[in-house]
Design a protein around this ligand. Structure first.
Ligand code: NDP
Length: 256
């Protein structure tokens, strides 16, 4: 009875930024639970590499190339994917970008707009577009990928634009959850600590990472699969009473 709640057989799960990193790990987790997977990514090569990585594990995923900042294209993607698969049960709004280094007072408009466009606007466009199909079906689960940076100000790097975009994702999650709770659609979020992906590999020098690890009660960074298992829980019936929650998967970082 209890383990059955973790199964997702026959469901269709759409994962933005699913070609690599945390998104790809989420795809693997939901596929293992029985869901049919649609990987969305901005770059066809990244989407295809994710699709092939899943294929080596016996998962036949679909892929769709989309920039989540283009709201009209997001609407079209939802329509196309629904036409192709006949249902949309789960959305993992994971696509996001991190930029660091500009102090708040020196932040160029383009940097602020770009980070918020992907991390915040893109999440809303996807929630709105895919959520409509779930509302029509009277059932669905959305998981938005926020960040512990929505709760804390990171150090030693400066990234006000990123932190603010992720705090906005958490409150967007709660607001949508309140609107859609009595119509069968749950909306939750995950707030990860630093996770070892290309995102963190690209922006760090070793000394920065040392500060992160020192500031983490568990004394380490996380792995993509440790976020994917939380996303799985929030996507399936095991979390049937959760909506509007942001689950911190942060190794204790926000305790200190
Ligand atoms: P990665 O950079 O490894 O993967 C992100 C994926 O999203 C990439 O494939 C990227 O494609 C895609 N993407 C970026 N912008 C868009 C867009 N406009 N439209 C469609 N796809 C896009 O990142 P992670 O796996 O590390 O991060 C995933 C999520 O987790 C992000 O929201 C991030 O903010 C969040 N997070 C990550 C943490 C970490 O430490 N790694 C910590 C806390 C939260 P492309 O290659 O074209 O950029």
């Amino acid at each position: 009875m209890f383990f059955e709640k973790f199964r997702m057989d026959g469901q269709v799960a759409v994962i933005t930024g699913g070609g690599r990193g945390i998104g790809l790990s989420c795809a693997e987790a939901l596929a293992e639970a029985g869901a049919r997977i649609v990987i969305i990514d901005r770059d066809d090569a990244v989407a295809e590499s994710g699709r092939q990585a899943l294929a080596t594990k016996g998962v036949q995923a679909d892929k769709y190339v989309l920039d989540v900042t283009d709201s009209a294209a997001v609407d079209k993607a939802a329509a196309d994917i629904f036409a192709r698969h006949g249902r949309i049960d789960v959305l993992v709004a994971n696509a996001g970008i991190a930029r660091t280094g500009a102090r708040a007072e020196d932040t160029p408009d383009e940097l602020w707009l770009n980070v918020n466009d992907v991390n915040y606007n893109g999440v809303f466009w996807c929630n709105r577009a895919f959520g409509k199909y779930m509302l029509k079906a009277g059932r669905g689960a959305i998981v938005n990928i926020g960040s512990m940076s929505g709760y804390i100000a990171n150090r030693p790097q400066f990234q006000t634009y990123y932190n603010a975009s992720k705090a906005a994702v958490h409150h967007l999650t709660a607001s949508l959850a309140a609107e859609w709770a009595d119509r069968g659609v749950r909306v939750n979020a995950v707030a990860p600590t630093y996770i070892e992906t290309e995102m963190t590999r690209n922006i760090v020098d070793r000394s920065m990472m040392d500060v992160w690890i020192r500031d983490t009660p568990m004394g380490r960074m996380g792995q993509p699969h440790e976020i994917a298992s939380v996303v799985h829980f929030l996507s399936c019936d095991a979390s049937s009473l959760l909506t509007g929650a942001t689950v911190k998967a942060d190794g204790g970082f926000t305790i200190w």
